[in-house]
Design a protein around this ligand. Structure first.
Ligand code: ADP
Length: 164
């Protein structure tokens, strides 16, 4: 079985992430969407919230599973017997960091290939951080994120306004 891992922070998952996951599911028998459980990044949503949103928005993909991982991605890939890491590339600005990470993962696990899928159309301009910035000052992002994410963002927005 050809297994790929699509790792990320997914804070929160956007339609751009989903498009990459859908395309990866056509190329591999199984795609493990791996949510990073790292503490060095100051995430807005908890691991549990990020996994719930991903689980609900990938229900239509029978060969996708959502899991969390901590520690080295190269080790997680080995444990899962994955042959590839999927990453999405939006702009040239993604490129340098992604190249360094691909080289490091290759160094740590020689069996592992990183495969880049280019973001298509407007997805190239979509990022989780932009979504959070806009949603948390009350902007509408419902056509850029899955319905469940829109719901979670609206709840956070309402909660922050009740407290202020
Ligand atoms: P990380 O912190 O690992 O970069 P992200 O959740 O930001 O985690 O992104 C996970 C992957 O999805 C990365 O490869 C990123 O480039 C890609 N990605 C993020 N947003 C988009 C998008 N709009 N279109 C295509 N790929 C995307």
């Amino acid at each position: 079985m050809n297994i790929a891992i699509y790792p990320g922070t997914f804070d929160p998952v956007t339609n751009g992430h989903l498009h990459i996951a859908e395309r990866a599911c056509k190329l591999f028998d199984q795609v493990i969407i791996a949510v990073a459980n790292d503490n060095y990044k100051d995430n807005f949503f908890s691991l549990e919230e990020r996994m719930t949103m991903l689980g609900e928005s990938t229900k239509h993909l029978p060969n996708a599973v959502v899991e969390s991982f901590s520690g080295l991605l190269a080790d997680f890939a080995r444990e899962k017997q994955a042959r590839a890491i999927i990453r999405g590339l939006r702009a040239i600005s993604d490129f340098e960091y992604e190249m360094q990470m691909a080289a490091m993962n290759k160094h740590l696990n020689q069996e592992l290939e990183t495969i880049f899928l280019m973001a298509e159309g407007d997805y190239a301009f979509l990022s989780s951080s932009m979504i959070k910035q806009v949603a948390l000052i009350g902007g509408c992002v419902s056509d850029m994120v899955p319905a469940v994410v829109d719901r979670f963002l609206k709840e956070k927005y309402q909660a922050s306004h009740q407290n202020s």
